[in-house]
Design a protein around this ligand. Structure first.
Ligand code: NIG
Ligand code: FE
Length: 423
């Protein structure tokens, strides 16, 4: 018979709560002052939710160990919330290792894209792939992310660019959601590129008249769960006005607006997103001061992707300017065939070294603020009562090792726990 509580993690050298007053996000001051308890314990109930967090002696006095299915002694270890990856493209067939060589030799992202490679290459292979193959590779990528500490991940479609393949991708994401412990936030990204042979106007029309209505039917029938809508708002891809109409249509269907903007050219995507009430905008390497101010005012999160700027040798996203302006800064891996990175610890490391974030800022950006960018910060992103019991145990006496160590995190991350179960 199962006991009243699922898991007790006791005596952690450092217990990193992130915050403790039900904050939905943190801005600079809060990010710099994370809530950390020395020698703390966490109680997770049989429903997988956190029932108590606090100093080890307080928890010991209130909860007898006999009440728990499992007890982990975390003496000498650190406990943190599971990491949240706010931006990934994990469903695709056909890698692009050959393009990495081209880019190292000097080709830009758009050179490769215009030559029919890049997203177009992946679209061709993904359209041809059976759903079972896409599911198998998605599962192994998600497991890899989980081993690196990610417990909630955003997953985009966007390598179909037509109804059938976009639905195939979303179905594969749905199947992964049902069969794996990792939490998933699903994003429809049918406007990831303009399909070959179509104009922007034709592609926009197809999304508005064909793809979104079908998606709406599937969502209402309860056969598909989609949380967010995304567009690649960029010169030579979807311009500002087509992006706006697609995002607005998605919002009307109840989807969160969460899109790619101001990546390679300043497009005023940030201002447009803020005006539409976007929950988040990703990339922003080319955002302007006015865009930053608009995002701060609208509480639109900036999902910064240090792997993209690193691999493509782009200007670094202006993390410091955004933090100073009061923007809610989050992080994502941008895992995709261009940026093959499954690891949020590496993303945080890059954010600190290249974007000049501090370690507490990077951790807040990869937990509570990434959860906010997905509309999930009421349930995820910090160790607070009633949130999901998703946590990491590190073989280290200071939590900063998660960011300080560059790679090899399998040794450092001793346990990944989702809803109170060791996964
Ligand atoms: O976020 N910028 C657009 N989309 C992806 C790249 C997708 C791809 O190249 O396959 C990104 O970096
Ligand atoms: Fe992306």
């Amino acid at each position: 018979m199962s006991r009243p509580y699922r898991l007790l993690v006791k005596n952690a050298k450092q217990l990193v709560l992130i915050c403790k007053n039900s904050e939905k996000y943190l801005t600079k001051d809060g990010m710099q002052n994370l809530c950390v308890i020395e020698n703390g314990s966490v109680v997770i109930g049989s429903d997988g939710l956190i029932k108590a967090v606090g100093p080890a002696e307080t928890i010991r006095a209130q909860y007898a160990e006999a009440l728990f299915d499992k007890v982990i002694d975390a003496a000498g270890m650190c406990v943190l919330p599971g990491l949240v990856d706010a931006h990934t493209h994990p469903v695709w067939a056909g890698d692009r290792v050959h393009e990495f060589a081209m880019k190292l030799a000097g080709a830009t992202y758009m050179d490769v894209h215009r030559a029919g490679g890049g997203i177009h290459f992946t679209v061709e292979h993904t359209r041809a792939a059976p759903a079972s193959d896409l599911l198998a590779t998605l599962r192994s990528r998600l497991m890899r992310m989980q081993r690196a500490g990610t417990t909630l991940v955003e997953c985009k479609s966007g390598y179909g660019l037509e109804l059938q393949t976009e639905l195939k991708m979303l179905e594969v994401i749905e199947e992964a959601r049902r069969s794996l412990p990792i939490n998933i936030s699903a994003t429809y990204c049918g406007a990831h590129a303009v399909p070959k042979g179509k104009t922007v106007a034709e592609a926009t029309e197809d999304i508005l008249r064909v793809q979104l209505p079908r998606l709406k039917e599937r969502m209402s029938a309860g056969t598909l769960r989609v949380d967010n809508i995304d567009v690649f708002c960029e010169q030579g891809v979807f311009d500002l006005s087509s992006s706006r109409s697609i995002l607005q249509a998605g919002k009307q269907m109840g989807l969160n607006i969460n899109f790619h903007g101001d990546e390679l050219h300043p497009m005023n995507s940030a201002q447009m997103g803020a005006e539409l009430g976007a929950l988040a905008i990703s990339h922003l390497e080319e955002v302007t001061d006015a865009g930053i101010a608009a995002m701060a005012k609208a509480k639109t999160a900036a999902v910064l992707l240090p792997t993209t700027a690193y691999i493509l040798r782009l200007p670094q996203p202006r993390a410091r300017d955004m933090l100073d302006a009061g923007v809610i800064v989050a992080l994502g891996s941008d895992f995709n065939p261009n940026a093959y990175c499954c690891s949020m610890p590496i993303v945080m490391h890059l954010a600190c070294v290249n974007m000049r974030m501090s370690m507490p800022e990077a951790l807040a950006a990869a937990t509570i603020n990434a959860a906010y960018a997905l509309g999930r910060s009421h349930t995820h992103g910090s160790l607070e009562v009633n949130k999901h019991g998703d946590l990491l145990l590190l073989n280290a006496t200071r939590w900063e090792h998660l960011i300080y160590q560059l790679g090899g995190h399998q040794e450092l991350i001793r346990y990944v726990i989702i809803k109170g179960d060791v996964v």
